[in-house]
Structure formats: C-alpha cells, structure tokens
Design a protein around this ligand. Structure first.
Ligand code: IFG
Length: 489
C-alpha cells in the first residue's frame, strides 16, 4: 500500500483502508465517551485537550449511552474485538462522525494519537480523510531509556519527553537513576546518596535529584500517557556516587572522590560485606514502594572490578531482594552470567551477546543493540554531540533492523520488545537531547509497533520526510539528516 494511504503515520498501522467522505472538525464538534466506561473517559479528556489547543474550538465532552449523532468523535468499547488486546484500536473516520473502538485506556489513547497525526500539525482546515484503521502493536515493550545520572533532567523536561514518546506510541520510560557520576533519587534511609551523590555530574552535566514525591509525579504523568516508568539502580558496578556518599560501603572504609569523567568499570560494591545487602534492600524497598509499575532494573553492566564469583553471589542476593518486593527484575545482558531466575528480563545491548534461550534460562529479551538503538551515538563523523564507540548511527541504521534477526538464535516469542537508550555523558540539555533522539527515535518506535512485513526503509523515509513539519511544529530541535528529503511547511 502506498505511503500516501498511510497518511505518513508513524508508527505505520497494521491496516489502513480508504473510505468515502472526510470529517471536518468544527466549533460544533463534540467528543463523546461511552457512559460508564472508565477506560475511555481519560482518553477522551486527553483528546479534548489536544484538539482544543490545536484548533481553538471548545470540543465539549459528553458521556453517551449509545452512538452519538453526526459531528461527534465517539470512544466506545462496542465493536472492539478481543484481538485488539489492551493497546490496539479501530479508528473509523466517516464523513459525519469519527469512532474509536478499543478495549482499554491504552487502545483509546493510541487511537487518539493516530487521529492527531491525521490532522495538519499546526494550520487548518481541520479535516480528516475518510478511512478505517485497525491497529495493534507487534511488541509489548516499546521503550526509551534516559540516563539522568550522568546529567540530570528536571520533572518538567521529563514530562515533555513523555508527551513526545507517547505520541509515537512508546509505552516504557526507563530512568537510569544512579551511576559513577551521580545519584538522582532520594532514599530516606540513606539520605546522603541524593544529598551528596546528587551534587555531582559528568563534566559539563547538570546535577540534581528527584525527591520521592517528584518521582511519583513523573510515574503518575507517565501512566496518564499509557507509559510504565521503569527505575534503574545500576549495581554492583557504576556505583562510585553511592560509594563516595558512604565510606562504610567501601572495602577500605574510605570513600572515593566524586567522579566526573567518562570511564566505566572501575567501581564495585563489596559483595562480601553484609552492609552491601542492607543498602540494596533499603534502596530497592523504598524504590519499589514509589514505583507503580511491576519492574525494577538493577543494571549489572560493566562490573569489571567485580570478580565473577562476587558477581554471581551479588546477583543471587539482589534477585531475592527484588522478588521480596514483588517486582520483576531487569538487568543488562551481563546478568546472563549471574544465574538468572525465570521471569526476570534481560536487556541486550552488546553486539556480541549470545542471548539464546538456554543462555537466558528462557528469560524474555528487551533489545537495545548498541549499534542500532544507542542514540548517544553520533549520526556521522561530523555530529558535534555524542560518542562513536559502538557505531555511527544514521537515521537508516536506527531503522533498518529487525529485532528477530539482530542476534542469532532469537525467535519472535523470545523478544518482549525494543528500547532506545540515551546515555548523557555528552548530552546535557533538552535541545541536545532532542537532536539525538529525533528523528531516530521514530524509527525505533515503528520497529516496536509495526509489523515487520511491509516495513521498509525506502517507504519509511518518505513518511518521515512528511513528518518533518510535525516535528518542527512541536518545536523539536531534530537533526535534519541528509538521508531524508525533508518537506518544509
Ligand atoms: N555503556 C555503559 C553506559 C554508558 C554507555 C555510553 C551500558 C549498559 C556505554 N553501559 O551501555 O553506562 O556509559 O554509550
């Protein structure tokens, strides 16, 4: 089907069929949610807010018992087949009415995002071509990781990022909250982690930390955008900030200096000290208590200063602690060697990882291949930001890969989904963050959502070119990659 039929939607929906007529949004248009349907109401309110800001029309909200008359946008569970699951939707645009059919909030929310992309990004006339869309995601996990440890980002900045991520149907925000250069979340039982560890950052980066109330504010905002927040405390490596805050955590009893460089692998918790597990238990208990989602990410990467025996001992104890808090543990792919328990998740990042079923004891995989999904990598040699140790990742490199074939011996059901990662050793503000994430994040969002068959670079790059004015209208400082024939206006 030609891209014109897909109306430059990103992620590309499963099925789009044209139909006669077109729907005009006017001052009389109203948004109707099926009465008593708790799943639809918040999506209807969200849509009303978006359309009021876009069009300036009043967009009144109504709860209705049955299909409303002409001139309405109707959100209903009627006619939503179970195959849509929680995140799928049907969007029907007829000449006189629009209907979004879904089973859960997320489905309604994503139907609204598609409707929004069918409208012009900034100027009227506010008309939508007649079409029928049936859509649902390929993968359950469609994520973005933001490293707030090397350089801090504020609650407001993260809320704005959540809006941009939700608009392309990403549903996980993974916050990398601790590392050698900084500790970004208040832990009441170990206050110096944030009070002392929050003062530092990578060279040129921003310091700071979230209070627990601010973290919960981010989590709630994420939920309102159908996003699950995934907190990460990286251990046993990447722990210089914690070790510098508490001398007693160190083997020597002496705290190292705060670290502002870009090296990795030089720090480790002491796996043989009992205080280490009191620390881990307190941190994960407090973090679990303020995390509505089911996941705790414990890092586990680049523990080059931890012996394999210590690493295994540490990972066994940490898995016990995560389970005791009722959370599913996630770790970077080094945890494959730490004696992984069934039900825990492996985030695969290194090129040479062998993540086969056996190796992972059947754990499901979140794929973040550093040579396709690490968006702190430069686009090309001339990119003034970022690093290049993994690869140069142009827009096509971030798009033209398939999660099922990027690592050997992995099948579709092994893959929970994909996640882009933005490490911030060199990314210290929103403008730079946007430059590195956009437009490459759109391609990863499509990989996570759209069917593999029918997805191809030559067709995608045309849709992305047409998406340029939408990114510009949103005020996003995106990279005008020469690989794309960007449309203006
Ligand atoms: N690898 C480190 C990150 C970060 C990254 C920068 C992982 C899992 C290099 N670990 O990626 O902390 O320094 O590109």
């Amino acid at each position: 089907m030609s891209s014109i039929l897909h109306h430059n939607l990103i992620p590309k929906p499963v099925r789009v069929e044209p139909r006669a007529g077109e729907f005009h949004i006017t001052a009389e248009t109203r948004i109707c949610a099926q009465a008593g349907l708790a799943e639809a109401q918040p999506a209807a309110e969200y849509l009303a807010g978006i359309l009021r800001r876009l069009t300036g029309y009043p967009m009144p909200l109504e709860a209705v018992g049955e299909a409303p008359g002409p001139g309405s946008i109707f959100l209903t569970v009627q006619g939503a087949p179970p195959v849509l699951g929680a995140e799928g939707y049907r969007l029907e645009v007829a000449g006189d009415a629009v209907t979004i059919r879904a089973n859960k909030f997320a489905g309604f929310f994503y139907g609204c995002q598609t409707l929004r992309q069918l409208l012009p990004p900034s100027e009227g006339p506010w008309q939508i071509p007649g079409l029928d869309v049936e859509d649902r995601p390929r993968f359950a996990w469609r994520g973005l990781m933001l490293d707030v440890a090397r350089s801090f980002f504020t609650v407001e900045e993260i809320k704005n990022l959540l809006d941009l991520a939700a608009a392309i149907k990403l549903n996980r925000l993974h916050l990398h909250l601790s590392d050698d250069q900084g500790w970004r979340i208040m832990i009441e039982s170990w206050p110096n982690l944030a009070l002392f560890g929050g003062k530092c950052a990578a060279e040129g980066g921003r310091s700071g930390y979230f209070t627990q109330a601010e973290f919960q504010e981010i989590a709630a905002y994420a939920q309102s955008r159908a996003v699950t927040l995934v907190p990460e405390i990286d251990m046993p490596g990447h722990t210089n900030a914690a070790l510098s805050a508490y001398p007693e955590l160190n083997r020597s009893g002496i705290a190292p200096e705060p670290y502002r460089g870009m090296k990795v692998g030089f720090s480790t918790l002491a796996a043989e000290k009992e205080i280490t597990y009191r620390f881990v238990a307190d941190v994960l208990r407090e973090l679990a208590a303020i995390t509505p989602g089911p996941y705790l990410h414990v890092g586990g990467d680049e523990a080059d200063s931890t012996t394999p025996e210590e690493y295994k001992l540490f990972l066994q104890r940490v898995q016990d602690i995560a389970a005791a808090n009722g959370k599913t543990l996630i770790g970077w792919d080094e945890i494959i060697h730490g004696g992984l328990r069934p039900g825990n998740l492996v985030q695969v990042w290194r090129k040479g990882t062998q993540p086969q079923k056996a190796a992972c004891q059947g754990a499901r995989l979140i794929l973040s291949p550093c040579h396709h999904a690490y968006l702190d990598m430069k686009y090309g040699p001339e990119t003034h930001l970022g690093q290049d140790w993994a690869a140069l990742i142009e827009v096509k490199d971030a798009y033209a890969w398939d999660p099922v074939s990027v690592y050997p011996g992995v099948s579709e059901e092994d893959v929970l989904g994909v996640e882009a990662a933005l490490w911030t050793e060199t990314i210290h503000n929103v403008s730079d963050l946007e430059y590195m994430l956009f437009p490459r994040l759109l391609g990863i969002a499509e990989i996570g959502w759209s069917p593999q068959e029918g997805r191809g670079w030559e067709e995608y790059r045309l849709r992305l070119a047409a998406h340029g004015p939408r990114l510009a209208a949103a005020g996003i400082n995106f990279c005008r990659s020469p690989q794309i024939s960007w449309r203006e206006g």
